[in-house]
Ligand binder design. Structure first.
Ligand SMILES: *Cc1c(COP(=O)(O)O)cnc(C)c1O
Length: 273
């Protein structure tokens, strides 16, 4: 299964190309050519988040990585979560549950997607003998989760731009107290939009990159984040109804990435109301 651009002028792209490039050449977003279907009966027999991820992630990666390679990566992907199953399901009453996605190291759901992206970045860089610069603008959650996910990989240097103000003190500290030589947090004398403008300019110019360096995007355009998020919708459905009843999900949204992962899970066979 390959990927194509929503704008129609970039197609036939592999998982690895989508991973390392972020945005399509024609400025569109990448989409899979078709929705891979899960084996729901098989999923019903599973128990843990990791086992579900091991069924789902390989459906997207076959164009670039062998299944064995992916299963090995997944064994080491998610780390420093406060719960063994990464997410917890908290029942409120007969019909309402909270899917707790805040047990990761930065307390944002973004740990699920960005730890997966970082693990695949590292694998791809290793086999190409290259290094990468991660460049991102943040108003809080994305920067913390990206820094935390990438700091363990020597081949990746992270440069995260923060606005001056408009950020919680906890998040400012999450980003500015990381003691790793490959993490650079820069405060910009301006707003989030000013930070974003610098990042966009860098992605269009790229002249500062060395020959063997990738420039990686960690914002919500990166499809690998969506794949990591699809897994927890399947996990919630398994735990709550064993896929026998369609659930409703209420999802807070910004760039539509997280709720799009829910829609994607449905397209792949998860019952959804
Ligand atoms: C990132 C974030 C969002 C927005 O998510 P999208 O995937 O961009 O829609 C909403 N709420 C919280 C707490 C977040 O960290």
């Amino acid at each position: 299964m390959l990927f194509h651009s929503t704008r129609g002028n970039d197609s036939g792209r592999t998982f690895e190309e989508v991973l390392m490039q972020g945005l399509a050449n024609d400025g569109g977003l990448f989409m899979p050519d078709n929705w891979p279907q899960v084996d729901l009966e098989h999923l019903k027999s599973l128990n843990s988040f990791l086992d579900i991820a091991k069924h789902i992630v390989p459906l997207f990666t076959k164009s670039s990585f062998s299944d064995d390679e992916v299963l090995n990566i997944l064994d080491k992907t998610w780390h420093d979560f406060g719960k063994d199953n990464l997410a917890e399901i908290h029942q409120l009453d007969d019909s309402k549950y909270v899917l707790e996605l805040f047990h990761g190291p930065t307390a944002a759901f973004k740990d699920f997607g960005l730890q997966l992206a970082a693990a695949f970045f590292n694998q791809s860089l290793k086999r190409q003998s290259k290094t990468a610069v991660v460049l991102g603008a943040t108003s809080g959650d994305t920067g913390s989760a990206a820094i935390d996910a990438c700091k363990r990989f020597d081949s990746i240097k992270s440069f995260i731009l923060l606005p001056d103000g408009n950020m919680s003190e906890v998040q400012r500290r999450q980003m500015t107290t990381v003691d790793s030589p490959n993490v650079f947090t820069l405060r910009v004398n301006g707003s989030f939009d000013d930070c974003q403008a610098i990042v966009k300019k860098a992605f269009s110019e790229r002249s500062f990159l060395k020959d063997d360096q990738f420039l990686l995007a960690v914002n919500s355009i990166n499809w690998v984040r969506i794949i990591g998020q699809i897994c927890y919708y399947f996990y919630a459905s398994l735990k709550i109804t064993n896929y026998n009843e369609p659930l409703n999900f209420s999802v807070p949204t910004g760039n539509f990435g997280n709720v799009f992962a829910c829609y994607s899970a449905h397209k792949m066979g998860m019952p959804l109301k």
